[in-house]
Design a protein around this ligand. Sequence first.
Ligand code: BG6
Length: 304
Amino acid sequence: MNGPSPLSLNEHFAIPGQLTFVARAGGLPLAELRTPDATAQVALQGAQVLAFHPQGSAPVLFLSRRAIYAPATAIRGGIPLCWPWFGPHPTDPTKPQHGFVRTAAWSVLASGLREDGAVWLRLELTDSPTTRALWPYPFRLTLTVTVSRALRVELEVHNPGDAPLACTEALHTYYHVGSVTATAVQGLEGVAYADKVDDGRRKYQAGPVTVAGETDRVYLDAPPACVIDDAQLQRRIHVTTAGSHSTVIWNPWVEKGRQMRDFGADEYAHMLCVEVGNALDNQVVVAPGDTHQLLLTTWVEPVA
Ligand code: BG6
């Protein structure tokens, strides 16, 4: 196992009944967060939220039954963090897809309770010889996960160096849906998108987004809220953001899903990625000494 053991993490950061660290299969340390309203799990590898489960509702996040839990390996599901580039590296295809922080070992910085009973955990990652070999800049990232009736995930990107940091990024959220073909995303009507399954052609969204085949779209200058309307689970998942100008919608569908070694053949039907962040034309530049914030808040509204 990389980094401190669950035992020593519990000594420093556990909150009785609300936050505890455990080791998962593969030895990856995991934080379990609990309130009367919801539970969540966060892997220290990648600062990746793996589960969010409000009381009385089905799990909100999709996590593949074939996900691989191993050091330096991306976990299929939950909320991987793509940074400092989204998708393939812009000039060097040998560098990892979606950047390098989703597979890095993050440190625990702090934990606590809010006055309203929400529990939170803050993780940190800074540059190292390994990251500088892939991206030659100093950085400090913190990711704070707060669990209440809603899940709040806040990324802060601090530039401690003396050159501007240009980055693209995403909180690559995999939502669990009853049936993807009976699900619509509302709030992107009229927004321009790059269609990655059609050579990146620019198009405009007509009506709500529905999925009936491989779908991989980057919506640009997207509004800060959308809703995943799931007719089968009879619920609406609200997605709101700050600091995000791109929304990515992704479902691999049948063929691409089969090619993924960590994805079950039928799982495409029960997931939909709705990712908030900044990609393509919406690249972010963090000036020396500045901090950029990317915030996601998501919660479930049951529909009778
Ligand atoms: C999406 C991209 O965000 O992530 C897709 O738009 C990509 O193009 C998908 O296939 C999954 O990426 P990965 O590296 O986790 O398999």
